[in-house]
Design a protein around this ligand. Structure first.
Ligand SMILES: [Zn+2]
Ligand SMILES: [Zn+2]
Length: 814
């Protein structure tokens, strides 16, 4: 490295060879190096190769030191430097500094995530003297579309949906000038050469309002929204549906027409000031909102102003984002109030991206559509992030995050290429190659046929973009997941081995991989609080304590299994879980006698209980499940929170969290929480965390008319304390002096509940455990594919080692 400043001879000319790794291609890195070198009077060259960026540098020692300092501290906005390695250079000094042609090697196929409009472009379109004033497709190297427009590799204009728009002379000049912000910006465009917007009626008459200029389209779109209409808006990765969020009728109409009864709508505001009128925005949340990923950020809705309840029924949070594209920015400009900006689809279908499809599907919802003539190549939904326990946690990883690769921990360097197919709900898939894992953008629930079609399309696209040739597939061990069935069929057809990963083991492995836990590290306790997943004993799991590393796991404990009368129906209808939980405590006649004054008992007794009893007794269509999600369902139903039907996955958890009484929660007296007990059914078998004692206390509180917010607080605290008690118990249980583990990995969809998560984190830290938690990868099933890929890789690496010891290498069928 460079000599210390004091010993430096300012006049001495040094020569360096510099290797930069990280996200350094397609993000304006070479021109940034070029500008910096020229500004400092350095000579040499910079080019891309298969490992990243390579720089040869000549100049006075002092200037070279400044170069490194500025490169490290002021990289281009979308770049991420993982490492800079320097060694002494060779050869003779050239006459200037230049950008040299790329060195072809193994395909370096980084596709960057889409980035929200940057400050410079935003200023440019607001300036009437600029040639891009009010131009809705303005972008530069530091912002604009990437994954949403790419159709092939290498990532250049011909392989994007910008291909049909030849650059004008002015754009070409910028594109070829290394000193320009748009040097090699593949999506470069202006009003003279780029895509255009149009306003279209969706009611069948005069499909295009042909005569309107771009400005008139924008003005008409704003007027339509202002007057209470619902507008379809062709965005970056799909269509949005927009309406005035403060207009009670418009929001209710949108909810009815979209057939979405309760799931919260996302909101967009023109600036932070508008958001702060409705929500509390912390420092980290502000950083997220204005960052280049510009996700939907879940915020506490306790600003001064209120929105109609139909925006986010029964929840205490609102999901806000800032304008992500110049088009959104131009539309939003007219509004000092938030707009609903929800995905353009009907309930659970994927967001529309094709213009004809959008017209067909959205005509019943929106009167007009603001469209444009740049094709959306890939559907990419808006990402959702929430700050929990002080850190940003990605809940839905899509626009702005995917397909940024995650570097795999040490030990995985020799892993072969692997494709992991993910789960079924909130599905993603994961490609493993060259020590990196690429997690796809959120695909959605694969039970929906359109979503599954899209998932298959994206598998093909990613294989092409990442030049991916998997040696093995990994699937969830659930026999009926469509992703697993599809992968097995494809494995047969292509003679590719298919490995299985247990659902909750994959959750833990995802958490390990995200946190860089080395392959050789000792096992951790994986605490997975989740909905449902297929267990290795044929029952359904979902509240698990697994001693696990990448290779395998041992089920040390679980929530005590309770019946799910009606199977899939029990997932939708919380009252079924309430009945099962209560009758696990005592017989129904006894319950009815003790708690006859409770409305819930009266309500439950009207249900078809004898059918349920028969199911539970025979076990037919009534599987046992150790699910944390179903426990939340049961508690919610006991508080009369959507007992009949959950409108969306996780509604009970979100609504229970929303009503929690803060004072009760902060009350340090543990007598104010419902305790869980720990039991063991068979010697040597797993320990069970039993909700029986919790239910007795909860029923007593119901009898004394304790307010539901207080009950909800006591439940959250009690469950957190139970999880920590179980964790502590499991370290002791080993009997040997050394504890079984000192590190706990938290995963599973129930940890998206801020209160449960924060309570568990705080208590485990107090108890002295090291914690691994999710941040960039969702704790829910959206992260599953990463864990599957890591598990598959660990097994194949072991296999290869075993066989190389014997002198032969082969890929085994697991
Ligand atoms: Zn820009
Ligand atoms: Zn142009």
């Amino acid at each position: 490295m460079l000599a210390d400043h004091k010993q430096r001879d300012p006049a001495k000319v040094v020569s360096m060879e510099v290797r930069v790794r990280g996200r350094v291609q397609g993000v304006g890195f070479r021109p940034a190096v070029w500008r910096l070198s020229r500004a400092l009077g350095l000579r040499g060259e910079v080019f891309n190769d298969s490992e990243g960026v390579f720089i040869r540098l000549w100049g006075p020692e002092e200037q070279v030191a400044v170069f490194f300092d500025r490169l490290r501290h002021e990289p281009p906005p979308l770049a991420r430097i993982d490492s800079i390695e320097c060694k002494e250079g060779r050869g003779s000094m050239p006459a200037d500094f230049r950008i040299a042609p790329s060195v072809e090697g193994r395909a370096q196929t980084q596709i960057a995530p889409d980035a929200a409009i940057c400050r410079a472009c935003a200023l440019e379109i607001s300036n009437s003297r600029e040639r891009r004033a009010n131009y809705p497709f303005t972008n530069c190297t530091h912002c604009g579309p990437r994954l949403t427009i790419v159709t092939g590799i290498p990532y250049d204009r011909a392989n994007t949906t910008m291909a049909p728009f030849p650059m004008c002379a002015a754009c070409e000049t910028e594109y070829t000038d290394p000193g320009d912000r748009r040097f090699h910006a593949e999506a470069i465009a202006c009003g003279a050469c780029g895509p255009r917007i149009a306003l279209r009626r969706l009611d069948g008459h005069a499909p295009y309002l042909e005569k309107l200029s771009s400005e008139e389209c924008l003005a008409a779109a704003r007027w339509l929204i202002m007057s209470g209409a619902i507008l379809a808006l062709k965005g970056l990765g799909g269509y949005h549906l927009a309406c005035d969020a403060t207009n009670f009728d418009a929001v209710s109409r949108l909810r009815r027409l979209k057939r979405r009864d309760a799931k919260p709508f996302a909101l967009m505001a023109r600036d932070l000031g508008v958001i702060k009128e409705y929500c509390v925005v912390g420092e980290e949340e502000e950083r997220l909102l204005i960052g280049s990923a510009a996700p939907i950020v879940l915020l506490n809705a306790s600003g001064g102003k209120r929105l109609p309840p139909a925006v986010a029924p029964n929840l205490g949070s609102l999901g806000f984002m800032l304008p992500t594209t110049p088009l959104h920015l131009l539309v939003m400009r007219g509004f000092a109030r938030p707009l609903v900006m929800t995905s353009g689809n009907l309930s659970d279908e994927p967001q529309a991206i094709d213009d004809n499809d959008a017209r067909e599907r959205l005509a019943a919802i929106a009167s007009h559509a603001l469209v444009h003539d740049r094709r959306i190549a890939n559907r990419v939904d808006d990402s959702v992030v929430r700050v929990m326990a002080g850190r940003a946690r990605v809940l839905r990883r899509a626009r702005g995050y995917a397909p940024a690769p995650l570097r795999l921990p040490s030990g995985f360097e020799s892993a072969p290429q692997i494709l992991a197919f993910g789960g079924e709900l909130k599905a993603t898939f994961c490609l493993l190659k060259d020590g990196e894992a690429t997690l796809s953008q959120h695909q959605g629930d694969l039970e929906d046929e359109r979503t599954f079609d899209d998932y298959r399309k994206n598998l093909t696209l990613y294989a092409k973009l990442f030049d991916h040739r998997p040696a093995a597939f990994v699937v969830d061990c659930h026999p009926d997941y469509v992703s697993s069935k599809f992968a097995r069929a494809r494995g047969l057809a292509t003679s590719t081995p298919v490995m299985e990963a247990q659902h909750h083991h994959a959750h833990v492995a995802a958490c390990l991989a995200e946190n860089g836990r080395p392959l050789a590290a000792p096992p951790v306790l994986g605490v997975v609080m989740d909905g449902l997943g297929f267990g290795d004993d044929g029952t359904i799991w979902g509240g698990e304590f697994l001693l696990a590393d990448y290779r395998g796991y041992q089920r040390l404990g679980a929530l005590r299994p309770v019946a799910m009368p009606g199977g899939a129906q029990a997932v939708r209808e919380p009252w079924r879980n309430l009945y099962a939980h209560l009758t696990a405590l005592m017989d129904w006649p006894e319950l009815a006698r003790h708690f006859s004054q409770l409305d819930h008992c009266a309500e439950l007794s009207k249900r078809p209980l004898s059918t349920l009893e028969a199911m539970m007794r025979s076990g037919v269509n009534s599987p046992m499940a150790s699910s944390c999600g179903r426990l939340f369902d049961a508690v919610a139903a006991a508080l009369d929170i959507c007992p009949d039907r959950q409108a969306y996955e996780g509604e009970t958890g979100a609504r229970l969290e929303a009503i929690v009484d803060e004072n009760e929660l902060r009350n340090g007296d543990e007598a104010h929480s419902y305790s869980f007990s720990i039991s063991q059914r068979s010697p040597g078998g797993p320990l069970f965390l039993d909700a029986g004692t919790m239910w007795r206390a909860l029923l007593d509180d119901l009898m004394t008319r304790t307010p539901p917010p207080v009950i909800a607080a006591r439940f959250h605290k009690g469950l957190a304390a139970g999880i920590v008690a179980m964790t502590t118990e499991l370290t002791r249980k080993s009997g040997v002096r050394a504890p079984l583990f000192d590190t706990v990995a938290l995963s599973g969809g129930c940890f998206q509940n801020d209160i449960l998560f924060a309570e568990v984190v705080c208590r485990l830290e107090q108890a002295g455990f090291k914690l691994l938690t999710h941040a960039e990868v969702p704790a829910n099933d959206g992260g599953l594919a990463l864990g599957q890929a890591a598990i598959g890789a660990a097994r194949l690496i072991d296999e290869a080692q075993r066989h190389s010891l014997r002198g032969g290498v082969r890929v085994a069928r697991a």
